[in-house]
Write a protein that binds this ligand. Structure first.
Ligand SMILES: [Cu+2]
Length: 314
């Protein structure tokens, strides 16, 4: 169309550069540079870090996904930049572009590539979910993955409006608002709730498990680094949902043993008033506990049960 108005200079048709080849070379080069950068440089900084085995596994998954996504993003950006540079309409050119009638080669390539990516990711995701600690998430009462160790520390996580408490059944089942874990030992979180649906989220540990009343939801991890980690509720659970925020701590095995035995002794009187350790608790029973604790002078001693019927509690 443009040829009709072109002057004699265009008598020999202007040879169009091979845009497809140029785009392909640009894309392959950019991908070859950026994919290793994303995997090697950005990967170790992706959340949730590498403070536990489950966190490391999630970081690996995110790194793989980010590396696969890199050529896709580069493809879009490079095509976008190339089109803006070379296929820009000339000033005053009001004509339509040539109609696109379909291209079997591009269509087949598109279907093959996207199918391959989707199927590969489905297989990768299934393997990662199944084999790697249930990906650090709650696996329900019957986990399909269990740690290969006889030395598993069980910590019961109890969500309640609006605080997390923890029971340690291997240490007399004392209950506390402090979450301490030993480094290098597999931990089994038994997550439940006394009232509404909460979600236990130990961010740097890469553990996130729903806390549902009447359900024991099991999640595993093994802390691999010392230090504090953030615990949040990640399920909107009422007015003070945002206040269900605290820190846990990974300590040495010796420090954990000392803390656990000391706390067990300190809280012995309180533990005696608690409902017997169980995988779930009946909320209607819990409501009667507040007055007992007040009578014993034990509120705020680490039990932390909130009793709406008790005027002494906020
Ligand atoms: Cu909550």
């Amino acid at each position: 169309m443009a040829e009709e108005t072109a002057g004699p200079a265009a008598a020999a048709p202007r040879s169009e550069p091979r845009h497809g080849l140029r785009l392909l070379v640009l894309w392959v080069l950019a991908s070859a540079i950026c994919c290793p950068l994303v995997y090697i440089v950005a990967g170790p900084h992706l959340p949730p870090g590498d403070m536990s085995t489950s966190a490391s596994n999630q970081q690996f998954d995110f790194t793989v996904l980010a590396t696969i996504a890199t050529p896709v993003v580069l493809g879009v950006l490079i095509y976008f930049g190339y089109a803006l540079t070379y296929w820009r309409a000339q000033e005053g050119d009001e004509t339509d572009g040539p109609p696109i009638q379909g291209d079997t080669r591009i269509q087949l390539t598109w279907i093959a590539v996207t199918s391959a990516i989707v199927f590969a990711l489905a297989i990768f995701g299934t393997i990662e979910l199944w084999t790697v600690q249930g990906a650090g998430a709650g696996e329900g009462p019957q986990p399909i993955w269990t740690p290969n160790s006889s030395n598993v520390l069980v910590v019961q996580v109890i969500g309640q409006q609006w605080v997390w408490t923890y029971r340690y059944p291997q240490f007399g089942a004392f209950e506390t608002t402090q979450l301490e874990l030993p480094v290098g030992q597999p931990v089994q979180f038994d997550v439940t709730s006394l009232d509404v649906i909460h979600s236990f989220w130990a961010y740097q540990l890469g553990v996130k498990a729903d806390a549902n009343p009447g359900v024991n939801n099991i999640a595993y991890t093994t802390p691999t680094q010392l230090g504090p980690f953030v615990v949040r509720c990640s399920e909107l659970c009422g007015l003070w949902h945002g206040a269900m925020y605290d820190y846990g701590k990974v300590v040495t095995v010796a420090a954990f043993q000392a803390w656990a035995h000391q706390t067990q002794t300190q809280l012995a009187a309180l533990t005696a008033t608690l409902p017997p350790y169980s995988l779930t608790y009946d909320p209607t029973e819990i409501a009667t506990l507040g007055p007992v604790l007040v009578k014993l002078g034990l509120t705020g001693a680490g039990g932390g049960y909130y009793n709406p019927a008790d005027p002494e509690q906020p």
